[in-house]
Ligand binder design. Structure first.
Ligand code: ZN
Length: 633
């Protein structure tokens, strides 16, 4: 994903795990914590594993449901086991049958207890003669409350004439549209038949064919095994345009030209990534540009990254998100974190590769600017997040993990890899990463496996500049270790100096060469303004630079956080327009948070949220609610 899931996402996942066994007297607590276990699934993956999934689904916009069959091809690991437990959330199950050797036998099933974070376990009793390999045929339907699916009425799309539906499965939401073993530890191949209203096109994280005729019935194959969080579907009035030989973009026709312009460098990014880290193993690489309510910057669904339209700035200034999603084709999709606690292996490594790609396709100055902005956000995160959650691989199993901040995985993970790169040299580190991807391709990996592999290939070298203990400081300790790289950018230093000088009336706005600046420099200028600044000066700045009316979503985000924090009420109308224009969590949740915590405007934040929430994805709405609530505590 890109970028920084707002803390509440993982708060939602992580709450309510107490993996301690209490004996009669409450004093004796046995710690059974197992870092390699996925605590976010009910599935008994130690007894059965899924190898293949076949979906046959009708897409019903009126009922806001997917309806049909999921067939899971299962392999038994435990000869004595007689029940398969799957993850579900808000699914209705009509029937379950066990298919083997050409016969179908109905199976008894029941739901276990609901859990707010994990959903509801579906427990299937296997008929007595069930062998080592069998299919489970499950007839089911989703609910309009599915946390993965958003059903947009026509008025919330760019074209305004057709409805649109899309999924967001990461981290624990695939179970709200398919009954399955919903854990990154299990990889499956899949195929699907999807029936839609005739005028619409379905796409999936699979072998989309740009030339598919619009028939209302679509077939997909995903021959490479993927973890469940990469299952993805979208249906809408979608059209395709090529970006290069192996790359292209799907979106509504109204956004197609702008998307082709903005993402013109996608093919070059793909070729560069292959040159650096080995072959792209997935066939085509396409983008799907969704309506504004898509909760993230992007989601790395394999072969088809889902992308927010907030990147369409008109100047290609926000395309690092594309480099990020593409990089996930290696870090995340090819080599996958074993559990969400190891998420830094997905996100930190991807952020590192994103920067490397951006250096080649654009230039190092631009990337240094982005590094500085990320670093600044990381320092803020480290102030906000309790120490145990500041480790790259925190213990994610008890109630303290409510404070888990996904952002640490991104920027601290990136810094760790930059630290290793500096220590061993870029060339040697590239060789290491390429062999890492080869070694663990189509597998899952824990932090400990990564450290072992790092030790074997780099740390154990004669005269290694880094010890295992130093590496473990990054993965297990809070804060930043000594020797952590500090990103620098002369451009941003100059922007920050001008912010102070202008605030102190030493220079005029007219003296600031903002026309020559990158959006990142403008962002840094705004963030560097001193705490005490008169409303008149904020007004001057807004009038001169048009900040409240900016078309750059990241500048808007930065500005409106300041507007809310400083209670610059003259721009509240535009602030609310920003909250209505975007549904991407990163762009709006912190603005709501700033408004709710400025001491005066909590009620106003709630009112604005009530007015806008109908257009938000359920995941985003959950973040905002949690953020406003936190602000009140
Ligand atoms: Zn990501």
């Amino acid at each position: 994903m890109y970028r920084k899931p707002v803390p509440a996402l993982f708060a939602l996942i992580a709450a309510a795990f107490v993996v301690t066994a209490c004996s009669k007297d409450e004093e004796a607590v046995v710690d059974n914590y197992d870092p390699a276990r996925d605590y976010f699934t009910f599935a008994n993956t130690d007894q059965f594993v899924t190898e293949h999934l076949a979906l046959d689904l009708d897409v019903d916009f009126e009922a806001q449901e997917l309806r049909g069959f999921a067939m899971l091809t299962m392999r038994r690991l435990d000869a004595a086991a007689s029940q398969v437990t799957l993850d579900t959330r808000d699914l209705s199950i009509a029937s379950v049958a066990v298919l083997q050797s050409g016969t179908s036998v109905p199976a008894e099933f029941h739901f276990g207890e609901d859990d707010a974070t994990l959903g509801t376990p579906l427990v299937i009793d296997l008929p007595a003669a069930t062998g080592g390999s069998f299919d489970l045929m499950i007839e089911y339907r989703t609910s309009p409350a599915s946390t993965a699916l958003q059903w947009l009425p026509p008025e919330l799309t760019a074209g305004g004439k057709h409805p649109l539906m899309f999924s967001q499965s990461q981290a624990v939401h695939a179970r709200s549209w398919v009954p399955l073993q919903d854990t990154p530890a299990i990889r499956i191949t899949y195929e699907a038949t999807v029936r839609t209203p005739r005028s619409l096109l379905a796409v999936m994280s699979a072998n989309n064919n740009p030339l598919t005729p619009r028939t209302g019935e679509y077939h997909f194959d995903m021959p490479q095994p993927i973890p469940s969080y990469l299952l993805a579907i979208a249906v809408g009035n979608l059209y395709f345009a090529p970006l290069g030989e192996d790359t292209g973009v799907y979106t509504e026709p109204e956004l197609l030209d702008a998307s082709v312009y903005e993402f013109a460098d996608t093919q070059a990014m793909l070729e560069q990534a292959e040159a650096m880290y080995g072959p792209y193993d997935w066939g085509r690489y396409d983008l799907l540009v969704l309506p504004p309510s898509f909760p993230y910057g992007g989601m790395e669904n394999p072969r088809l990254s889902f992308i927010t339209p907030s990147l369409l700035a008109g100047d290609r200034s926000l395309v690092s998100v594309i480099a990020h999603e593409l990089a996930h084709s290696w870090s995340g999709n090819l080599v996958t974190n074993a559990t969400w606690r190891d998420g830094w292996l997905n996100e930190g490594m991807t952020s590192y590769i994103e920067s490397r790609l951006m250096e080649v396709i654009y230039d190092v100055d631009r990337v240094d600017e982005e590094r500085v902005l990320s670093y600044r956000e990381l320092l803020q995160d480290l102030e906000d997040v309790p120490e145990p959650m500041q480790a790259l691989a925190p213990r994610l199993d008890d109630t303290s993990s409510e404070d888990f901040q996904g952002g640490i995985h991104y920027s601290k993970g990136q810094l760790f890899l930059e630290y290793l790169e500096k220590a061993f040299g870029r060339e040697a580190f590239d060789v290491f990463l390429t062999s890492y991807f080869e070694e663990f391709a189509f597998g899952t990996i824990t932090t400990e496996q990564f450290l072992d592999y790092l030790e074997l290939n780099l740390l154990s070298q004669e005269g290694s500049p880094v010890t295992r203990e130093q590496a473990e400081q990054w993965t297990y300790q809070p804060g930043l270790p000594d020797g952590a790289p500090i990103p620098r950018s002369a451009n941003l230093d100059s922007a920050a100096a001008m912010a102070i000088a202008w605030a102190d009336d030493e220079i005029e706005l007219a003296d600031i060469p903002v026309g020559d600046w990158s959006p990142q420099a403008t962002i840094h200028f705004i963030n560097s303004l001193p705490e005490k600044l008169s409303k008149e000066k904020l007004g001057q700045l807004d009038a001169a630079w048009g900040l409240s009316k900016t078309s750059n979503a990241e500048i808007g985000r930065t500005w409106f956080i300041q507007v809310a924090t400083r209670r610059y009420t003259d721009a509240y109308t535009e602030l609310e327009a920003h909250l209505n224009r975007f549904g991407r969590g990163r762009l709006i949740a912190p603005v709501y948070g700033a408004l709710a915590s400025n001491g005066e405007d909590r009620e106003l934040a709630l009112e604005m949220f009530e007015r806008a929430r109908g257009a938000y994805h359920p995941i985003t709405a959950g973040w905002i609610e949690a953020g406003i609530k936190r602000a009140a505590d």
